[in-house]
Design a binder for this molecule. Structure first.
Ligand code: 5FX
Length: 538
């Protein structure tokens, strides 16, 4: 019998998804198919591919006052270059069902009156940067590396009743890089530019606007990195807005959930890159929220990126905002939150101890770690070679089993274990303070350079009493953006749409882990508090 023709809906058009990431140094694009496999990727490096903007690491450091910016138009030009590179790599944009993206958090873009109209009238036969050259009221965007707004931060905290109160409302105490204080500085020092500004975007919603052909809304997750959003009601806090700028609510527009389809692709993208006019644009978000989506963090999970600096992403159902760390609205689930903790003393500190105790060899480092018992004979170490972010302290501290401060430990193996146990005990202490529940069966996902080291991961499994999985994802934010494009279009629960196939089981906790590390967590907490107090007095 001859095969019957399949009904039309059994032979659908291939569905692909495009994810973008506008990071500090580059813009990257990844195309995935419906099975979440990466089919095409490309990147444009700002320093090398766009030398005319004279950036170093994608930014321009203005002076000693901590001003760090990037030329907004450079990001615009980079997008056309990226799209061309993706096309040359074989991407067929007519098969893209949805686009989403991410960007460095906190940076801000200032659109001049009339820019929305210009965005809607872009012509497909001309470059974006030619057509958008005059639409920004500030030509240089302040980025997350800027630290010039201490004065505005103190003012914002005072206006809201102190750092803890501001943290409870917005998820974080005032930080120089957060957008609220950055906008306040523009409002105070660049009055004319501020008054000429019709819309203020985050880098993420700015990038989304380029695809949408009109101002894109700020999503709630990236919006949580501004010190302006009430993370409970999920609306702008009028008190915060008033403390940072005039008519600010109007300039920001209403925020939306991160998975919202905010419209379809612009006619510019249709004409120039052959997108189908019904390609959905899903709200863009921050790179850290997008990484949480890319790593497929689920309820009860924790993701640890072990790189130059260490970063922790936490899934939180009941967050407890504090003056350390950040709480963002979840980019993938209604009602949930994500916690973010950053540590400056990551791989560089591990490398220092490797060099001083292990002849510079990771093999020896791992052997020494394996050789010492869990709990390290009661010794605890804290190594802040660089001034730490969480908590804000500096120096090296060692305590023996009777809680006495000691100058050094008896052997290299004790030193190595003290470093790794200390780094993970700190992460558990801070994660729990933000509302993370250890030991309820969630998993730990490890990425970054040090996640190749089995001995280090075993300590991670034991300290958190959880199974550790590794993920070999080079750009979790970009991949997460492609996943989010699919999720936004499909709707429903993220985990039902995005099934993580990239996890590799690395280590299980030993049966005595809880018994050993729970008391050490308490001791660590007490030592850390005394160091913080000690340094405050200095
Ligand atoms: C997070 O708060 C940060 O400032 C950075 O991780 C930026 O998002 C880097 F792009």
């Amino acid at each position: 019998m001859a095969d019957a023709e399949p009904p039309a809906d059994m032979n659908p058009e291939p569905k692909n998804y495009l994810g973008l990431d506008f990071s500090t140094q580059q813009v990257k694009g990844i195309v995935i198919n419906d099975r979440l496999e990466v089919t095409h990727e490309a990147a444009v490096q700002f320093d090398n591919d766009l030398p005319e903007y004279r950036t170093h690491g994608g930014v321009q450091v203005r002076d000693d006052g901590g001003i760090v910016t990037s030329p907004t138009i450079m990001w615009v030009k980079a997008l056309d270059m990226l799209m061309d590179k993706l096309r040359v790599a074989g991407a067929d944009f007519s098969t893209i069902a949805a686009v989403s993206g991410s960007a460095q958090q906190h940076g801000s873009v200032y659109w001049r009156g009339g820019a929305n109209k210009t965005l809607g009238e872009l012509q497909g036969d001309r470059f974006l940067h030619d057509q958008l050259a005059l639409v920004f009221s500030l030509t240089d965007s302040p980025v997350w590396m800027d630290s010039s707004t201490t004065h505005q931060c103190r003012h914002l905290e005072e206006a809201l009743g102190g750092p803890q109160k501001l943290a409870e409302l917005t998820g974080s105490r005032a930080y120089e890089r957060f957008t609220g204080s950055q906008i306040a500085k523009v409002y105070q020092n660049r009055k004319e530019a501020y008054n000429n500004t019709e819309r203020i975007s985050l880098v993420s919603s700015f990038a989304c606007s380029l695809f949408l052909g009109k101002y894109a809304p700020i999503d709630l997750s990236d919006g949580s990195g501004m010190n302006l959003l009430d993370i409970t009601t999920k609306t702008w806090s009028q008190q915060c807005l008033d403390a940072c700028g005039g008519s600010l609510g109007e300039k920001l527009g209403d925020p939306v959930v991160s998975w919202k389809v905010v419209g379809s692709v612009s006619s510019y993208m249709v004409d120039r890159y052959t997108f189908s006019p019904d390609t959905a644009i899903v709200a863009f978000t921050g790179d850290n929220p997008a990484s949480l989506a890319g790593l497929c963090v689920e309820s009860g999970d924790l993701a640890v990126s072990l790189g130059t600096s260490d970063t922790l992403f936490l899934w939180l159902d009941t967050p407890r905002p504090r003056i350390e760390g950040h709480i963002f609205v979840s980019p993938i689930q209604e009602g949930a939150y994500m916690g973010l903790l950053c540590y400056k003393n990551g791989s560089l500190t591990r490398e220092r101890i490797r060099d001083s105790c292990c002849e510079g060899s990771w093999d020896i480092f791992s052997q020494l770690l394996d050789m010492t018992p869990r709990g390290n004979f009661g010794n605890i170490g804290m190594y802040y070679h660089l001034p730490e972010i969480t908590p804000g302290v500096e120096g090296l501290y060692r305590f023996n089993k009777t809680d006495e401060a000691v100058g050094r430990f008896a052997s290299n193996e004790v030193e190595v274990r003290a470093l790794i146990e200390g780094q993970f005990l700190a992460k558990r202490v801070h994660a729990e303070r933000l509302g993370f529940a250890t030991g309820i069966g969630g998993k730990v996902l490890a990425t970054g350079g040090a996640s190749n080291n089995k001995a280090i991961l075993q300590v991670l499994a034991d300290v958190f009493n959880a199974t550790v999985y590794t993920l070999d994802v080079a750009n979790s934010a970009c991949l997460g953006s492609a996943y989010r494009a699919k999720h936004g279009l499909a709707g429903g629960r993220y985990q039902d749409i995005i099934k993580n196939q990239l996890l590799k089981l690395a280590c299980k906790p030993n049966s005595d882990a809880n018994e050993i590390y729970t008391p050490m967590v308490m001791r660590f907490q007490a030592f850390e508090s005394s160091i913080v107090e000690q340094q405050k007095k200095k």
